[in-house]
Design a binder for this molecule. Sequence first.
Ligand code: GCU
Length: 345
Amino acid sequence: MVNELIKRNIPDFFVNNGKKIETKQEWEDYRPYLKELLLKEEYGFLPPKIIPTVRVEKEGVDFAGKAEWESVYFTFENNGKSHTVKTGLILPKGKEKCPVFLSLNFQKEIPNKYLPVEEIIDTGFGIFAFCYEEVTADNNDFTNGLCGLFEENGKCPFGKISLWAYFASICMDYLEKRQEVDKNSVAIIGHSRLGKTALLTSALDERFKLTCVNDSGCCGAAVSRGKSKENETIEKITETFPFWFTDGFKQYVNNESSLPFDQHMLLALVAPRCLIVGGAEEDAWADNKGQHLSCALAAKAWELYDKGLADKRLNYYERRGTHFLSRTDWIVYMEGFKEILKNEI
Ligand code: GCU
């Protein structure tokens, strides 16, 4: 870890106006500026909040009779256009004030290979899930879906990750209104590009109790500086997925040393809440060393709240295998969440 730190040459970013941040108050004073900086330079500013109309359709009891399933439709209107996003809310039957996982999904189907619904229900959690491409397509078409409500001449000032995060926050607004949901016990979970999204959502929106960031890699949990040749870099990610970011982010291609932050500062914004960063041993692209180092550097934010807090609330783990949101990962996240709730961590 020490070698890694030296090799990567990451400056101390816990600095505000040239002054080292040493107290919780100094950190809290710096947070709004840091949020702005990350959006301005990397992800692009989120659009203004539109309050959607919500329609609920009961799908009935399912999952061996153990859960109530509803489809919840969010309709947004702006600039004379409208877009509806379908989501799924699945709550264990007969459980009052249920803790819930807000799950950012690749697939529309529920359950799917990344979302073992019955196991999650059996562990005592509810699930609120949406498929990210229902919000806006994962491509450079900014007229599509919810983006279409904000575009001007086919362009938006934000990247798609920001818009997916925008919708995840709207899901949280909705969960807060549901009687059956314990609004103080909502975890957000995402894998890979949706891990990046979950992390950004929680960095900006402090209502999530736990943030589970799986194999998120470049522009997610991994630091951007000092990559090895098998790791994804800003150059590679902005070549294939330029539409995930604000246009100006390209200035940091092969120029990471001029970034006014590194990704650990995004993790730091989750403090003092709970965060689990997951990696997979064979996922070299995501840069596990960079994710691990990022957690170590971000720990300072938790420590500013309380000595020893990072140990309790910031967790990094790596499992065997490849890039995937696996059953093992879910078990780690669910067990972690159970511990947090049981011991009031
Ligand atoms: C690509 C991309 C990664 C991303 C991943 C995914 O590999 O380069 O940055 O995390 O897709 O979302 O599965």
